[in-house]
Design a protein around this ligand. Structure first.
Ligand SMILES: NC(=O)c1ccc[n+]([C@@H]2O[C@H](COP(=O)([O-])OP(=O)(O)OC[C@H]3O[C@@H](n4cnc5c(N)ncnc54)[C@H](OP(=O)(O)O)[C@@H]3O)[C@@H](O)[C@H]2O)c1
Length: 314
């Protein structure tokens, strides 16, 4: 594993962060707590030193599982969680988060989503209070637009941004990403494997899992077929490097200017193992550009207006 400066925090984080959404059980199928804990241990043993969770992942269940798994290894790991946007919820939520995780202070506390009915300065002001009280070391945001990011940095120092981003979800390319580069904000994108599409295991509509991913706009008729063409193109590039599609998707994400390290979801130790070869090598400039251009063509056809990421509105 290799390590990367986390923005201007002075902390070094592994080039892959383990995502803990799956460990929350809700929204997913066939998730067992014992296996989740084994998965976290496999990631730490492989040198992954950062985990991203949220109260929203199974109403705190994921935070509990992560806390349990790292209880004797707290010093080895950079812990990140996420909260809602309500100021009172943030002030109360941090104590509940720390209690569930069995820790005194979290490394990174992030706003999961902005709320259209709450001014950004109120949300971020409460996050700054929590940090100033010593309950989190750093403050981050997720799913914020450029304008919301601008309002946030006018309120306090932001250390991290967690946007949706992969080969097919490119809504941050022109605004949020350059803003984070200019402002030295660590960018830790979620869903770098396009929620499984960039593992190569969904080859037909019948393969699409009957969980939260069924609403992913990438599986819409007409889009899915184009995605499969990009998957095949990436597999050809991957073969030339003796790499897998997963490793190539991670390498592409990491190679994107401004990206600090991707957050990858895994549900068992074997999936963690499958990600590790995504670091330590590079695509050629031509290969990077070919993947980038093909993904951008698909991204341009997606309607992200209802939300910042790739799901259809409920
Ligand atoms: N801030 C936000 O709003 C937000 C939103 C989404 C995610 N996140 C965070 O980002 C993390 C990652 O995003 P994500 O889970 O949406 O998507 P992802 O990392 O793109 O994909 C994860 C899925 O890919 C499959 N996978 C991973 N490794 C594999 C391997 N080696 N072989 C075969 N399949 C493999 C698994 O699918 P199966 O489950 O089918 O096995 C896994 O559930 C989450 O855990 C969470 O921490 C944040």
């Amino acid at each position: 594993m290799q390590y990367q400066d986390f923005g201007t925090t002075g902390v070094q984080v592994s080039e892959i962060i383990l995502g803990a959404w799956q460990f929350g059980v809700a929204n997913w199928t066939d998730v067992e707590d014992d296996m989740s804990i084994k998965t976290i241990h496999a990631a730490l043993d492989a040198g992954i030193n950062a985990i991203d969770t949220a109260v929203g992942y199974g109403s705190g269940h994921s935070e509990e599982i992560v806390g349990k798994a790292v209880a004797t290894r707290r010093d080895e790991v950079f812990l990140a969680s996420k909260t809602g946007a309500s100021p009172d919820g943030i002030r109360k939520g941090i104590d509940e988060c720390l209690q569930r995780m069995g820790i005194d202070c979290i490394d990174l506390y992030q706003v999961h989503y902005p709320s259209p009915s709450i001014p950004i300065e109120d949300t971020i002001g409460a996050m700054a209070e929590v940090r100033d009280a010593g309950k989190t070391k750093f403050v981050g945001v997720s799913n914020f637009s450029l304008e919301q990011m601008q309002q946030a940095v006018a309120t306090t120092k932001l250390d991290a941004c967690q946007p949706p981003f992969n080969v097919f979800w490119r809504q941050i390319d022109e605004d949020v990403l350059p803003f984070c580069i200019e402002n030295d904000i660590a960018v830790i994108p979620y869903s770098p494997l396009a929620q499984g599409l960039l593992t190569g295991k969904f080859r037909s509509r019948a393969d699409i899992p009957d969980d939260i991913r069924a609403a992913n706009k990438l599986y819409a008729e007409g889009i899915f077929e184009q995605c499969l063409d990009v998957v095949e193109m990436m597999e050809t590039i991957a073969e030339g490097h003796g790499k897998s599609l997963i490793e190539t998707a991670i390498a592409w994400t990491r190679q994107t200017p401004g990206i600090t390290c991707p957050i990858c979801g895994a549900r068992n130790p074997g999936q963690v193992e499958g990600m590790l070869g995504g670091v330590g090598w590079k695509l050629s400039d031509e290969e990077y550009a070919a993947i980038s251009d093909a993904g951008l063509k698909i991204s341009a056809q997606l309607d992200f207006s209802s939300n910042m990421w790739g799901y259809a509105p409920k």
